[in-house]
Design a protein around this ligand. Structure first.
Ligand code: SF4
Length: 211
């Protein structure tokens, strides 16, 4: 997907973001609810592209995934920003921060090189919500995939369907955090965990379960 396709111009000249369901409508110079996507002349741009603020090597079980390459270490990174405001966020220093430039950009190639140098066979897109830095995560994941690494997404899954179809392609596994409950969501949980309908639910969420 062309990056500009993630936003479109409205008749009144403002830009609308097509990435998450907030669908922020922004005048040039304004940033969205996530604090890290800004309307500019040619569309809405990710401010945090190339600017990870946290990198670490974690056990895969911390993501938490218990049945995907168990026992392995995973190179993990995150940026600033989030499109949700959950009470009790354990990473609010990152998720609620306002953007300030690091001054330097770190390319997707350099992230993958760092993971390989560290002896990791996987990269996790985590710590803050990767959906708000989708372009950077996607580019890293594509380079990683070409290098034979696996990609793990740690997300709340709050994303528009069109963007989801584009975004998921290079990922191999995902942890989708449940951030709240409603009657309909409770039904999904019952179907998922009690009725053993994992595949139907996950497929509905747009994740390829083949292979
Ligand atoms: S990703 Fe950010 S700018 Fe885009 S709709 Fe969501 S909160 Fe708004």
């Amino acid at each position: 997907m062309d990056r500009i396709a993630l936003s479109h111009k409205l008749e009144d000249g403002r830009w609308q973001c097509g990435l998450c369901p907030h669908a922020c409508v922004l005048n040039e110079g304004q940033v969205g609810i996530c604090h890290v996507r800004k309307a500019e002349k040619n569309g809405i741009r990710s401010l945090v592209y190339g600017e990870p603020v946290a990198t670490h090597i974690d056990p895969i079980e911390k993501k938490p995934l218990n049945h995907f390459l168990p026992g392995e270490r995973i190179f993990s990174l995150g940026t600033l920003g989030c499109n949700l405001r959950c009470r009790g966020c354990q990473n609010d220093g990152l998720s609620r921060a306002h953007y300030a430039s690091m001054g330097t950009k770190i390319s997707a190639d350099r992230i993958v090189d760092a993971a390989i140098q560290a002896g990791c066979r996987m990269i996790a897109y985590t710590y803050n919500e990767p959906i708000v830095w989708a372009e950077y995560a996607y580019d890293i994941a594509c380079v990683a995939k070409n290098a034979g690494l696996k990609n793990v997404l740690v997300t709340a899954g709050f994303i528009q369907t069109n963007a989801l179809e584009w975004f998921l392609e290079p990922f191999d596994a995902a942890n989708i955090d449940l951030k709240g409950f409603s009657e309909s969501l409770t039904l999904i949980v019952i179907f998922t965990f009690i009725c053993k309908r994992e595949k139907r639910i996950i497929t509905t969420a747009g994740i390829n379960t083949a292979g």
